[in-house]
Design a protein around this ligand. Structure first.
Ligand code: FE2
Ligand code: FE2
Ligand code: FE2
Length: 168
């Protein structure tokens, strides 16, 4: 692909990805404010933005087979853990931005686990087997990720009760 096209498609991918996330969040807000149909509209259009992002990703050659996709996941999470979030945290520290520090801390703690889980998944897939996994729980407050049978009583990162964890 020629450079200018690649650059614009990559920006379109980023924009569609952001729109997807924003609409999912707006959908939660509309639901909690008692507008279920508005929530549904946000969710549906979020899905359309996902489709647009996926089409751009396909043209950008971002999509491979699962072992390579897991490797991309490992590298992305590792970058967040070792470079991106520590650097962002230093900026937030310097500028005394408390809220940003909290959301950066929440993300950093979960990304470590994501990297590990992708690593285990990759080994499994490379040996020709699906991941042997029981349940996956996500903390709805901080994104803490637990895989196994018995999640901790409280989130080790933000202290929320395990009853609120979302199970996958
Ligand atoms: Fe779109
Ligand atoms: Fe992550
Ligand atoms: Fe949490």
């Amino acid at each position: 692909m020629r450079k200018m096209t690649e650059k614009s498609l990559s920006e379109a991918f980023a924009g569609e990805s952001m729109a997807h996330m924003k609409y999912l969040i707006f959908s939660e807000v509309a639901e909690s404010e008692g507008f279920p149909n508005v929530a549904r509209l946000f969710k549906a259009i979020a899905y359309a933005e996902f489709v647009h992002a996926k089409n751009h990703a396909r043209n950008l050659d971002y999509i491979k087979k699962t072992p390579e996709n897991l490797q991309a996941g490992i590298e992305g999470e590792n970058f967040e853990v070792t470079e991106m979030y520590p650097a962002y945290n230093a900026i937030a520290e310097l500028q005394e931005e408390k809220g940003a520090k909290v959301s950066i801390h929440y993300a950093l703690e979960a990304e470590r686990i994501h990297e590990q889980l992708y690593g285990i998944a990759k080994e499994s897939v490379l040996s020709g087997k699906d991941l042997e996994i029981t349940d996956i729980y996500i903390c709805p407050v901080c994104g803490y990720t637990y895989s196994g049978k018995t999640p901790p009583e409280k989130c080790p990162v933000c202290n929320v009760s395990k009853d609120r964890f979302v199970k996958f």
